[in-house]
Design a protein around this ligand. Structure first.
Ligand SMILES: [Zn+2]
Length: 205
């Protein structure tokens, strides 16, 4: 998943309980936890080669998985007084684990989940890099919640279940048989303005 999609996905996750309980500060923490692993993407400042070498390793390994959400929960509980540590920590841990899960499922770009103990990379490769379906579902869900906040929980649930269903469907049926499927799976990027790709979080093509 690309960073703006992680933001949208974590935002949706927060609507399943955190937002109702702890408001926008709680939602902000869930989004932060859901984006934490991609801090290693900052390596792009060091150049494309540095980025390719360390992205999906440093921030996606064991130290971040075990300590990152706990540190954020500590910040949220003791410094910002958002809510009790254990409750926050559970939600933030789930948010980070879902980041890793979606990263592994989505693209054919290995994630080193057990770094530094193991350098084995995990990649499901169920989706192509520019597949528009999850982008539309996640952005659409998030926008609907901003427009109709009273339905936040159900909208979030529908968007998350729809994304999971699409992943499952792609796992069962990897071939894109129809022209419209191929277009949605990445064909749309041909001759598309760069801005359109940026909006989906594709900053690399
Ligand atoms: Zn990631």
């Amino acid at each position: 998943m690309k960073v703006p999609e992680h933001v949208a996905f974590s935002f949706l996750l927060a609507q399943l309980g955190v937002h109702q309980q702890y408001g926008w500060p709680g939602t902000a923490l869930v989004i932060a936890a859901g984006c934490l692993p991609d801090l290693d993407g900052i390596g792009i400042i060091g150049g494309w080669r540095f980025y390719r070498r360390y992205h999906r390793i440093l921030g996606h390994g064991l130290p971040m998985t075990l300590l990152g959400p706990a540190a954020l929960a500590f910040l949220g509980s003791w410094t910002l007084h958002v809510g009790p540590f254990l409750v926050l920590w559970s939600w933030l841990q789930v948010s980070l684990l879902l980041h890793l899960f979606t990263d592994v499922c989505f693209y054919n770009w290995p994630v080193q989940l057990a770094w530094p103990l193991s350098k084995r990379g995990w990649a499901g490769g169920l989706l192509t890099w520019n597949d528009l379906v999850p982008t539309i579902l996640l952005y659409g869900g998030a926008a609907s919640i901003l427009a109709w906040p009273e339905k936040r929980m159900w909208t979030a649930l529908v968007a998350i279940v729809a994304t999971a269903t699409y992943l499952g469907w792609r796992a069962l049926r990897p071939e894109r048989e129809f022209a419209w499927e191929a277009w949605l799976a990445g064909g749309w990027t041909e001759r598309s303005p760069r801005l359109c790709r940026w909006i989906t979080g594709d900053f690399v093509t």
